[in-house]
Design a protein around this ligand. Structure first.
Ligand SMILES: [Zn+2]
Length: 305
């Protein structure tokens, strides 16, 4: 990454620490079935069509102010999904989506508007780590054309399967001309901290942002460990769980590969045993903001402006 000129944090960059701030960005809200979030013994199609209990969820992504440049972890949803009847090409997808999610997304929830509220120009984003390719995590990639987009090679391989759209991976919104995708193949590590994980990738080469494979929600889902002196470590887990407490109690959601989810949960809990104080932060958890603030010792909301 080249050095960025944009400085958004009013904190002084400590010369010896690579990251100045981690911010939780709100990219709209939605509702999902209770069975979707908290799991169910019922078959998925049953609760999709007959479930009557909807629970709210935030759509969030994360902005990391690294000294080499601004990094996003996921990019939110494209509000065009609300207005553009053809956003999802396949009729089955258009039929099913409102039965799975009720979106409450405004035009101002697009990533460039969300970043503007933080004082950041979208084209200044140097890198986006994409936890997985679901449409509500890649919806902002068109707005950040200068960013390299990091995705796991395993996740990317889903695009060459016959029907990625059946898994809510929409090729036409991923393989866009401006997108600079970079596939991550996790490399081996001797660090006992990461024992059990199928490799790691050190994004900036300084140990401050480490990618870890955490499959289950999708086959190529990954998490990012943020670590530096003076902060509690933070693990951004994307959609591995919808709430940190569910992962801690081994409660799997209503979708995804149950065995793979449980295996990833166990690895994350083991990581937490080795990294006491680890804040496990899920994208659709209302507790994300508080957890990130505590980990970075922000006792109150950082003043904007
Ligand atoms: Zn997802």
């Amino acid at each position: 990454m080249a050095a960025s000129q944009t400085v958004i944090s009013d904190e002084i960059h400590r010369a010896d620490q690579p990251i100045a701030s981690v911010r939780v960005l709100s990219c709209g809200r939605a509702e999902q079935h209770r069975e979707h979030r908290y799991g169910s013994r019922l078959p998925q199609l049953l609760w999709v069509f007959f479930g009557r209990s909807w629970v709210p969820l935030p759509l969030q992504c994360f902005l990391i102010e690294h000294r080499d440049g601004l990094v996003l972890f996921d990019t939110g949803i494209d509000p065009a999904i609300m207005s553009d009847k053809g956003y999802i090409k396949q009729a089955i997808g258009r039929f099913l989506l409102p039965r799975i999610f009720r979106f409450k997304v405004a035009a101002t929830d697009r990533i460039d508007h969300v970043l503007a509220k933080e004082g950041v120009t979208a084209s200044d984003i140097r890198m986006a780590v994409i936890s997985h390719l679901h449409f509500d995590h890649v919806g902002g990639i068109a707005q950040i054309p200068r960013a390299s987009l990091l995705v796991s090679a395993r996740e990317w391989s889903i695009l060459s399967e016959p029907h990625p759209e059946y898994e809510w991976i929409l090729r036409e919104h991923i393989e866009i001309p401006s997108a600079k995708w970079r596939q991550i193949s996790f490399g081996p590590t001797d660090d006992p901290l990461f024992e059990g994980f199928d490799g790691v990738d050190d994004v900036a080469g300084d140990g401050s942002m480490i990618l870890l494979p955490t499959p289950g929600h999708t086959r190529g889902s990954m998490s990012m460990l943020i670590r530096q002196e003076g902060w509690d470590p933070i693990l951004l887990v994307g959609d591995l769980t919808y709430e940190t407490s569910l992962l801690e109690q081994d409660i799997v959601p209503g979708t995804g590969d149950r065995d793979a989810l449980l295996a990833s949960f166990a690895k994350v809990r083991r990581l937490k045993e080795r990294l006491p104080g680890l804040a496990i932060v899920a994208s659709h958890d209302f507790a994300a903001e508080g957890a990130v603030s505590r980990a970075t010792h922000h006792t109150s909301q950082t003043e904007e402006g």
